[in-house]
Write a protein that binds this ligand. Sequence first.
Ligand code: ADP
Ligand code: MG
Length: 694
Amino acid sequence: MRPEILNPLFAETRSLEGVGPKLAKPLERLGLARVKDVAYHLPERFVSRRAIADLDEGAEGEQVVVALTPTEHRAARSQRGPYRVLAQDAAGNICAITYFGRASYAAKKLLPVGERRWVAGRLDRYGDMLQIVHPDHVEGGGEGDGGDGGGAHLGRLNEPVYRLSEGLTQPRVAALVDQALARLPDLPEWIEPGQLERAGWPAWREALRLAHRNGDAAARDRLAYDELLANSLALLLVKADSRRRKGQALVGDGRLRAKLSLPFEMTGAQKRSIAEIEGDMAQEAPMLRLLQGDVGAGKTVVALAAMLIAVEAGRQAALLAPTEILARQHHETLRRMAASTGVEVALLTGRAKGREREGLLMGLLDGSIDIVVGTHSLFQDSVAYRDLGLVVIDEQHRFGVAQRLALAAKGRRAPHTLAMTATPIPRSLTLANYGEMDVSRLDELPPGRQAIDTRVVAQERMEDVVAGVARHLAGGQQAYWVCPMVRENDSDDIAAAEARFAALRERFGDAVVMVHGQLAPEIKDANMHRFASGAAKLLVATTVIEVGVDVPAATLMVIEQAERFGLAQLHQLRGRVGRGSEKSVCLLLRGNELSETGKKRLALMRETQDGFRIAEEDLELRGGGELLGTRQSGEAAFHLADLDQVQRLLPAAHADARLLIDRDGGLTSARGEAARILLYLFERDWGVQLLRGG
Ligand code: ADP
Ligand code: MG
């Protein structure tokens, strides 16, 4: 049960004043469902801006507030085009106020022609005109005296700037944050007092207030530390729990593995990993092992070997995939590979209905199904296994540990767990992501892989790129075209991808198909299938193709706005090509305004194909400031702690967590109680749930 003291934080955001149905959608898009989410919606940055009487006073790139009178509205010429409002300052200088996407709908009302407004934002240049893109504030009033008057209060220091979504404004979010902060309870301290004092950190409530007021570094560190501590505590509780639980030693006699007839020799790394897994499974304590191997390293066959060991020992094995597409693909591959062993591989996804589903559930319950592949439907309440001995989780980072535990709870006894990931995680971050799991690394690619010719091309050269794709397709080969999608189902990005699809379709006809997250699953599957079978030649996609998809005849990949992707993600995407015997090419299209770091990052992609090196150097290049928790990096570990904080603070947080668990494994002391509150606060309460069993 969640401690009562947290109730005000877990109240719905709707309970805040002034939040009606109209704000529901925008808040949902930002993930601000509860008061606590609002309190933790920390500013992205702070601005200090200067009030200027006319535009001549402002410097390019400066944050200003200036009185402007709109003279003309210029609607966007295309869906992605800018919506511009031309406006005049007191001296008659002209400036454009520019909006993109849905934000432009608001422009008409905000900036009526002929009425003076205070506009706050960054002064930029567009061609030979000044412009302000997506101003932070537009306010009326204060007629009269140039620079002061109604807008003067906007020319202030350290104003927080929050991440927004359409339908929200800065003042609106700031007001909600104020309300949320006013409701913060006074929570007991969970950080070890010595640590708190050494670091000079404020108490929790004060830290949140400071982080919003001025972004105080100590306050932000403390909040990040809280998150890291919660994470370490939860992972250590899992580890302790799995040590306590009885598993079952599984020893295979090798009869099924002997019947495997593979078209290749296993690499040394594969053999080593299988031996490590076999060793773990032969122990009574449940295995908790991570198989880390770059894209194409050959994890699937290792998983199959592990599953066959379970079947040889008379138990069942389940493989959990993150998406429907991947589950189907794994099912195909495994069925093909396992054919010579006589072991059937079943598929269970959310789409199995009626009789088919009943048959599958029966088979799992009576044990006639030995190996099953599926999505999260594998561990819905209605699914029961006769004797589940091994759970393999593909692309582990897509699932929370909580889900893994739910699946593990299915076995009569705790099953062995093998998690697989293609995300090359720097050694310094393995701990944060995987706690204390044992790790097997596939650090050797199967022989004969061809290097992928990677080039960085300016986005402006679109026509050349399309011509290149045309030549490629004319040569009988297939290609991927990847459009960026930084936040899941971002409507602007979807619109851009759709627009690109339409343009390519005009050029290449129905040789082009598309998949993205907002398409109906049947359509997505059908399109994917058309591409995989070779009926379609060009696949336009957002990052749903990132993991696992295997179409060896696709030897060209174009990635638009490559600078918007995390390097780990680019690496994963690029791994979709270079799978066959033909030489493969990857074109990284880049925008014009690329930072120095941005250039270096793309250059690194050109230079190497070693996923571990890419991960390590990306970490160096980005340094602090980039969130680990974003979809961009493909990781879902943290919302607050950035890379720099993880590196600086994690060792202490982990040591602190371990000490606490060693002394008070049941979390019953005063500090233990505080730690429980922390676990609930960061929704790592599955850690606490485990305590009940112990
Ligand atoms: P991963 O899941 O690690 O990205 P896969 O298991 O999909 O990689 O393997 C990629 C490709 O390499 C598959 O076509 C697979 O059959 C092949 N493969 C796996 N192991 C070997 C090996 N030892 N030698 C040659 N090819 C291999
Ligand atoms: Mg794979």
